[in-house]
Design a protein around this ligand. Sequence first.
Ligand code: MEZ
Length: 535
Amino acid sequence: MSYPKEMQAAIKKVAATRKSRMNETYPMLSPEEKQELLNNYHPDYRDDAFRQVQVGANKGESLPHEVVDIIEARSRIEPADFSLTADKEVDVLVIGGGGGGCSAALVAAEKGAEVLQVTKLRLGDANTMMAQGGIQIADKENDSPAIHYLDVMGGGGFVNKPELVKALVMDAPKVGKWLEDLGYMFDKDEEGRMVTRHGGGTSRKRMHSARDYSGAEIMRTLRDEVQNRGIEYIEFLPAVELLLDEQERCQGAILYDLETEEYMVVRARTVILATGGFGRIHVSGFPTTNHYGATADGLVMAYRAGANLLFMDSTQFHPTGAAFPEQIVGLLITEKVRGLGAQLVNNKGEQFVYPLETRDAEASAIIRECEGRNLGITTPTGMTGVWLDSPMIDEIHGPGTLQKELPAMYRQFDRFDIDITKDPMLIFPTLHYQNGGVEIDQRGETAIENLFIAGETSGGLHGKNRLMGNSLLDVLVFGRRAGKAATERAREVSFGDSLSLKHVESFHQQLAAKGVETERVSPMLLPDYSNSNIS
Ligand code: MEZ
């Protein structure tokens, strides 16, 4: 399948204006223009997409319906009927098999903890694996952690927790070295220097990559290491509830075997949640770039146990999700395409936004073009999007660049007979990232003693808009920090008190008291597409 004839005329317009656009720089938005654009077009600003939370630490806040649905749901466990005899005891229980979980497990084991890592699907089935563009590390002469810090704060709307941002940017160079020492293959030039590129909202070229499969290369490196070091891990074993003790300190989790459908009680001195974000709850009905298991399980369990959530009113829509062909709608088209110079173009063959605005603004501009100005391109099945003019890449950098820099993207479209070195890609924003999450401190600890969090499940670091490449960095920095802090804490924790599910009982009572009558059960574990046309 190449582009159908209904779309050919629009493609011709893109080709016709390409030469003149090559020398045209679209102006960046002023802060006032950006705010106006967000107010009018960003899904975070649609009042009807939100409702008030009735129960728990964030009571009274307005959050997206889909988020309220999962946090105000019943547990899979009926506390009165459940026996809390431990099947296994460990020092550190790591829940999650992505970059954050593996980093945490590696550091905890290195520091002498007896670690059990459990994961809902297979080890490595995680958003880390799907990440394409790369990881931000300030290690060039013209850059510094201080400049990186300012970019992160600016991108997040200056509401980020400063101590978390400081930890992120200061640890970045050593995390990069750690990765490389473990065997990560960074892109380098002929002299052996790191190749770095711009991303939206970055004032320096700071994005380090492994072609366009940067996350898969991280996952390969970390998964090999977990396996080679003999860390115990169990697959298809998601957590469904946290366990507290009588003092309301975290003391393990109830796990659920997806194959045998049996529960397992693991008592742990400390717990690290690294279960990722909420892409698969499809906030505002958007498709998603996320892996199948991204159902915010950790967020739900931590909330029920009493944790506070930050910035859950803020969702990241990646500006460039595939809008054609139908089979890949919503899948990620990396920001690196724009980092390499490709422009966004409407149905008149014109640019309408600076290509490297922060993602919130870039996505809003695309939505405005399609829904506000009616200047999008519609596919035969009714999807609307704008062009991402990928043939510009070889025009700018020379023939062969696109295939070298974006080999996976090239192949993804080639499977449908679309040659993206010759024709542009049709794109529309797609749900990419949970900007907010459970509040943590610099060591990754939550307000619930002995419960640590790494990566997308946490909130505060990215404020209200994460910059590209800071997610891979986040999982490594805070995975390692949580692994270290959880191990140190585990040395001080004894298995004294009995295990308790009183927090679940109390949550159910609060739901009833507030009249939240619901059949919904969470964590959702796997998305249900039986009555849906999104995927
Ligand atoms: O950090 C990201 O989300 C990222 C780099 C995505 C991408 O566009 O490749």
